[in-house]
Design a protein around this ligand. Structure first.
Ligand code: PHE
Length: 373
């Protein structure tokens, strides 16, 4: 066989390839597993040692030259393609620059940052818990046993009950999963995880099957919990007053504490804040009993029920505490003047442009926690 002639033929065909695809086909034809040159190499095994001495170097030389020709042609085709692309692609430097990416911080995020800032100054850490919660943390441990009417009040979204096909039993209620209806289960989780003393706030999403201008199926709460020795209602009142004055940036915030009922606090205290009617707008500040003033319900709170402290793994004879829960969206509406809660979750960029915050408006106590939107 004339290996030199075979080489020349291959070289001619390679030089004629005008596309990378065609070149690749040639590579497979010659050098691929089933390729002609690969086939020649395989014949070497059947030759005698003497024959192999002669034929071997020839086949190897053929292989070398074809592979070099392929590489060279590939390089040439690639640089031609690049040159062509560079000639084709032009950049018009006279076009206007693209608009800078725009976005804003959602008022809920902003308010949560403001809360974290205010409470960090009072020595509170930020805690979190799962939004998909079990029945025990959301209800039972908070002294809301099964059949308690408070469960019905919470309009809970339950997950389907899990049937254990093998034992034929239905999953026990305490481990039934639900979307948490409030941030209070984080009280339990924090006590179990960190013990006492404890000072936390727990902001986050909560879910209830409810929807109108002031209720959405998902909304935000922030929970507050203090566990220590000798804690009493005075601590609760001072903490809420200090927090609300800092949050609304007014010294004249006046609170009214009313007896109330929550299963997880005893006593329970509903907290109202005084406002003045200016036209049709409610402006927070001053006593709600003054002429032209009123009281607005703001949050629920109380001294942590002994049973809840015990469910958190602590001795209620040793540890006391207070807790509160407040709607974050509601705080945002009161501070920044939105009147429809549903718009919070519509994702309308016009609303966000109007009510959103610049990423540079980082709330700090020294510079003001609520830089105007
Ligand atoms: N979890 C209560 C609610 O969602 C609020 C609350 C929290 C009340 C802590 C008292 C103490 O309405």
């Amino acid at each position: 066989m004339d290996y030199a002639a075979t080489g020349e033929q291959a070289q001619t065909r390679i030089d004629a390839a005008s596309e990378l695809d065609a070149l690749e086909q040639l590579r497979v034809e010659f050098m691929g597993k089933q390729g002609s040159i690969s086939g020649l190499l395989k014949t070497l095994g059947a030759l005698s040692a003497d024959e192999r001495q002669i034929v071997g170097p020839q086949i190897h030389a053929l292989r070398e030259s074809v592979s070099a020709a392929l590489a060279e042609r590939k390089q040439a085709l690639e640089s031609a393609a690049l040159a062509e692309q560079l000639a084709r692609d032009t950049l018009d430097l006279t076009l206007p620059a693209p608009e800078a990416p725009r976005g804003s911080i959602h008022p809920v995020s902003q308010v949560m940052d403001e809360l974290a800032e205010i409470f960090a100054d009072l020595g509170f850490a930020v805690a979190t818990g799962p939004e998909i919660e079990d029945d025990w943390h959301n209800f039972t441990a908070l002294n809301i046993p099964e059949s308690h009417p408070a469960r019905a009040m919470h309009d809970t979204f339950y997950f389907p009950e899990h049937n254990d096909a093998q034992s034929g039993t239905t999953q026990h209620n305490a481990s039934r999963m639900l979307l948490r209806t409030h941030t209070s289960p984080v009280q339990i989780r924090s006590m179990l995880e960190h013990g006492a003393p404890l000072r936390i706030i727990a902001p986050g999403r909560v879910y209830r099957s409810d929807s109108d201008a002031t209720h959405t199926p998902m909304f935000h709460q922030v929970e507050g919990l203090v566990i220590d020795k000798g804690i009493h209602l005075g601590h609760l009142k001072w903490t809420l007053e200090t927090f609300l004055k800092a949050f609304f940036e007014r010294e004249d915030i006046v609170l009214r504490l009313r007896p109330s009922y929550f299963p997880f606090t005893e006593p329970s205290v509903e907290v109202d804040v005084g406002f003045a009617l200016v036209g049709s707008k409610r402006v927070l500040g001053g006593s709600g009993d003054a002429p032209g003033h009123g009281w607005m319900e703001l949050l629920g709170s109380g001294m942590v029920n002994r049973k809840v402290i015990a469910a958190g793994g602590l001795d209620p004879d040793e540890w006391q505490g207070f807790a509160f829960g407040v709607g974050v969206d509601r705080l945002a509406m009161l501070k920044y003047g939105m009147d429809d809660l549903r718009a919070f979750f519509d994702g309308d960029v016009r609303w966000l442009a109007h009510y959103g915050f610049s990423p540079f408006d980082v709330p700090t106590l020294s510079a003001g926690v609520g830089t105007a939107a």
